[in-house]
Design a protein. Structure first.
Length: 134
């Protein structure tokens, strides 16, 4: 290579890369959600809990996962933490909608999950702001 050619600047890799950071944050939320869903399934099969609690338990697990993702993302971004949490909740909502049927559903019976994801992400961002004293 000729010394007169400009060198290509390498992109940041590792912990500082934005895409890698988003993958870590989303994976942490999904991991907690899966753990809570497994716990809910265990409770529903081994205890006499009524089966109409399946949807609220699933929404609680998804909301907790979105809250963890919002908390971690807001902590890594470091500014406008509540907005970061809301954006993370919206991303979780779009990811869940894509996995299920392609578009978020806001009908009467399906409004619980989108609201849980949005509020969970916002709650995570708010907790991050409270923790840092902003």
């Amino acid at each position: 290579i000729s010394p007169n050619l400009p060198r290509r600047r390498s992109r940041p890799r590792g912990q500082n890369a934005p895409a890698w950071m988003l993958v870590h944050v989303f994976a942490a939320g999904v991991g907690l959600c899966l753990l809570l869903l497994a716990l809910a399934a265990f409770l529903l099969t081994h205890t006499p809990l009524p089966l109409h609690l399946v949807r609220p338990m699933a929404c609680l697990a998804a909301s907790a996962g979105a809250a963890v993702s919002g908390f971690l993302l807001a902590g890594k971004i470091g500014r406008q933490r509540v907005v970061c949490g809301l954006i993370c909740g919206a991303f979780c909502l779009l990811a869940a909608a894509f996995l299920v049927h392609g578009v978020p559903s806001w009908t009467r019976s399906d409004a619980m999950l989108p609201l849980a994801l949005l509020l969970g992400g916002t709650l995570g961002g708010a907790f991050s702001a409270i923790r840092e004293g902003h």
